[in-house]
Design a protein around this ligand. Structure first.
Ligand code: AMP
Length: 481
């Protein structure tokens, strides 16, 4: 075994210590931008020395209500560190911070300043309710859909609490169902925490473990993770959760749908009993309440969008169409879209998504498929191309599309109606985000009428019929309604 002067032969954990030293050296040798851990504001030197920040932080994003400027990499590449010379606030910024409604919620200057950079003028309802509760240390059970600004509602106050009482070990864990969502939350952490020193990293499966191991050894204070890979790392004794003081379970309803509940329960059992827990879910169905009962203590309940509402900014309609006519109708709709708009088409199956993509390609409409059978890098490429606008049509299955937050999605088409009524709400929530307007058009063939009834019952409204379907199919199905 290699000798190392810093690891005496009598060291009780000599093998582990030597491995640590080797890993540290390898980490030191990585170019800075490839460090698998993100530390806002400062990079920790490997030996604990603090380096001075070296470069000014990049100019603030343009009209940034979303993620685009931060999404330099794919989920496979952890977000790059945002370095900046912490310039003092100008009098103008100081005044804007003092007058911001976010300051009135109890957030301090570094966070309000980051919000100003994001150009959020007023807190969204979920932020207005949740931020003060989290800052007061309460557990929260929140019914809020994606697109309501819920990420900022938990990330901002948790960062402030972490900053206020630093401590050893991993202090905050944000558990999410999908890799895409984990990566996006991690980017939000980088954005909202850009004026503080916070070490954070993101952990998910489907990519090699090595970089995540290295990131963990560098002692992140906050981890965003999906359940499977997190449990793998814990089982390998690479990570412990016994110093967590803030735990967020995001999209609990989706965790349930995806069969993650046993994994979530195992993770929760490893957390210290004294902690703050925030549970977010698009619905607070009885199953979620049961799950929550074992996690939260005397929670404050926040219900922003009742589980059955759909965003008012989304214009919804249904088209009765035969199965064989769906393709032609879709082509017509996509051709009618503004050249700047993006569209997501949902299919029920992965095969269906592939087939539809090929069909659109043959019709001269460039489309890319996103589903669970694709490799992580293919998924990253698909989302990247869609986000950048080089590919304007994404054909996706429900699970793969979860957590995609791309601005400018003007049209969502339910090529197949979802089997689960709740998924309808999630699907159409891809458009009409952050106040923008969008269209959601559902195709319904004769076999899908019961699914449509289920959806209409769930959202407690009847979807207006759109008269764009080829005549024979429309009339036949509509009559049968
Ligand atoms: P989320 O529900 O967390 O996925 O956020 C949805 C989108 O709303 C994201 O693109 C956020 O950047 C944006 N957003 C969050 N809070 C605000 C706010 N207060 N004002 C405007 N946009 C916001």
């Amino acid at each position: 075994m290699t000798r190392h002067p810093r690891v005496p032969p009598s060291h009780p954990f000599r093998r582990a210590a030597l491995r640590w030293v080797t890993e540290k050296r390898r980490f030191d040798a990585l170019p800075r931008e490839e460090h698998p851990i993100v530390m806002n504001s400062f990079h920790s030197s490997p030996r604990g020395r603090r380096r001075r920040p070296q470069s000014p932080r990049p100019a603030s994003s343009t009209a940034n209500n979303g993620f685009a400027p931060l999404l330099s990499g794919s989920p496979q590449q952890p977000p790059r560190a945002v370095e900046f010379r912490p310039t003092p606030m100008t009098a103008e910024v100081e005044q804007a911070v003092a007058q911001s409604p976010f300051t009135a919620l109890g957030l301090t200057a570094p966070f309000v300043r980051a919000i100003l950079d994001e150009e959020y003028a007023v807190p969204s309802p979920v932020q207005a309710e949740v931020i003060p509760l989290v800052l007061a240390g309460r557990d929260v059970l929140a019914c809020a859909q994606t697109g309501t600004g819920k990420t900022a509602a938990f990330v901002l106050p948790i960062l402030q609490l972490l900053q206020a009482s630093p401590g050893p070990g991993v202090r905050a864990l944000i558990l999410t169902p999908t890799r895409e969502l984990a990566a996006q939350i991690s980017e939000r952490v980088a954005a909202y925490g850009r004026y503080i020193r916070v070490r954070h990293t993101v952990i998910y499966g489907g990519v090699t473990q090595h970089r995540q191991e290295v990131a963990i050894r560098n002692e992140p204070e906050l981890i965003v993770a999906t359940p499977g890979r997190l449990l793998d790392l814990i089982a390998q004794r690479l990570l412990r959760l016994d110093s967590i003081s803030h735990f967020v379970l995001d999209e609990a309803d989706r965790m349930l749908d995806m069969g993650f509940v046993p994994a979530v329960r195992r993770i929760v059992a490893m957390l210290p009993a004294r902690r703050q827990t925030l549970l977010f879910s698009a619905t607070l169905a009885p199953t979620i309440e049961t799950l929550a009962r074992h996690m939260v203590v005397d929670p404050a309940r926040v219900s922003i969008a009742p589980s059955v509402t759909t965003a008012a900014s989304v214009e919804q309609s249904v088209v009765f169409v035969s199965r064989s006519e769906k393709g032609r109708l879709l082509e017509k709709l996509l051709r009618g879209q503004a050249s700047s708009g993006r569209s997501i088409v949902f299919t029920r199956t992965k095969h269906g998504a592939n087939r539809l993509c090929e069909q659109l390609d043959r019709a001269g409409i460039a489309a890319v498929a996103l589903h669970g059978n694709k490799t992580q890098s293919a998924r990253d490429r698909a989302i990247g191309a869609f986000r950048e606008g080089t590919m304007r049509v994404l054909v996706a299955t429900d699970i793969a599309a979860r957590g995609i937050d791309v601005e400018g999605i003007s049209l969502v088409v339910n090529y197949d109606l979802p089997n689960v009524a709740e998924s309808y709400v999630h699907r159409i929530g891809r458009t009409g985000r952050a106040g923008a307007s969008g269209q959601a058009i559902s195709f319904c063939d004769s076999d899908e009428r019961s699914l449509l009834t289920g959806i209409e019952r769930y959202i407690r409204r009847r979807l207006p019929e759109r008269a764009a379907a080829p005549e024979p199919a429309r009339t036949a199905s509509a009559q049968a309604r």
